[in-house]
Design a protein around this ligand. Structure first.
Ligand code: CP
Length: 319
């Protein structure tokens, strides 16, 4: 049966652990100059309705490095839901390729594509979630700290798609999550409920507060993302004064522990959610996160398209 990854919740905890191990191995092999082509003859379509640098290029290069190929379909080419219905596009894509990576606005559209597509569909971001980003973030944290269990991540800012995926992944891996958001920008109740339930299983905790200083005090990593996501640019002027106290700057990092790293999924609005000094400073792991998009997605593609696949990895123990 084909597997889709529209939400990070579509991957079990053992599967995420195994994916991170495979990603680390693939990264080490790449650095050592080793090449092989486990996905020779396989093709990935990228159907993107929003701009992208990291997600597009890392998927394209991932397929190339694994011996496969990819084709990019941009926002003006397909007419998803206008020129042609979502189910018809999904079924047609399945006639040509072995997997589809999609970047859409409404999360429901990604789910509808997956429902009708005969091959695996991977979300490269929707308004609600960003599962591939979180795989790269977890790989980065594991590289930096050696293990995930027991770490604490402080997410400061808008409870957006990245925050949602962090909530659905970190607590069940034993990573504590403290979110500092303005009152009207906190996570949706259903996601928070799931995160609390996952935290019980993972022996972790999830907290939502208003004060960034409280959130970062015991954090090992402080995570910033845009105050206005793609499609919300018209809200930038209204949101800036609301989010100004949530900027990750030198003063806020000074309230964290000395070993605490600064994370950002990029692209950054420098001077808004994060300062140049933090993003370019020695505590920043933002470009390590960007690099790890490639290695994490190679593991995901291998898990979905290779043999043995993701299902056979599920026996892994927790990191
Ligand atoms: N982080 C991320 O998804 O980057 P892009 O929007 O450039 O793909």
């Amino acid at each position: 049966m084909k597997r889709d990854v529209i939400s990070i919740a579509d991957l079990s905890t053992p599967e995420i652990v195994a994916l991170l191990d495979v990603a680390a191995r693939l990264k080490a092999e790449r650095k050592a100059g080793l090449t092989n082509a486990p996905l020779a003859g396989k093709a990935l379509a990228l159907l993107f309705l929003k701009p992208s640098l990291r997600t597009r290029l890392s998927f394209e290069i991932a397929m190339e490095q694994l011996g496969g190929t990819s084709r990019f379909l941009g926002p003006t080419e397909v007419g998803l839901g206008t020129r042609e219905s979502v189910p018809d596009v999904a079924r047609t894509l399945g006639c040509y390729v072995d997997a589809v990576a999609v970047r859409v606005f409404a999360h429901e559209v990604a789910k509808e594509l997956a429902q009708h597509c005969p091959v695996p569909v991977i979300s490269g971001l929707s308004d609600d979630e960003h599962p591939c980003q979180i795989l790269a973030d977890l790989l980065t944290l594991k590289e930096r700290f050696g293990q995930l269990r027991g770490l604490t991540v402080a997410y400061v800012g808008d409870a957006n798609n990245v925050a949602n995926s962090l909530l659905l992944a970190l607590p069940r891996l034993g990573v504590n999550l403290c979110l500092a958001t303005p009152a009207e920008y906190e996570p949706a109740g259903a996601i928070l409920e799931q995160a609390h339930a996952d935290a019980k299983v993972g022996n972790a905790f999830v907290e939502v507060c208003r004060d960034p200083a409280v959130a970062v005090a015991n954090a090992d990593a402080v995570y910033a993302d845009s105050w206005y996501s793609m499609g919300q640019e018209h809200e930038a002027a209204r949101r800036r004064p609301i989010f100004k106290p949530y900027q990750i700057n030198e003063a806020l990092m000074g309230k964290a522990q000395s070993h605490t790293v600064a994370m950002h999924c990029l692209p950054a609005h420098r001077g808004d959610e994060i300062t140049d000094g933090v993003l370019d400073g020695p505590r920043s792991v933002a470009f390590q996160q960007a690099e790890n998009r490639l290695h994490a997605q190679k593991a995901l593609l291998l898990g979905l398209l290779g043999t043995p696949g993701l299902a056979s990895w599920a026996g892994s123990s927790l990191a």
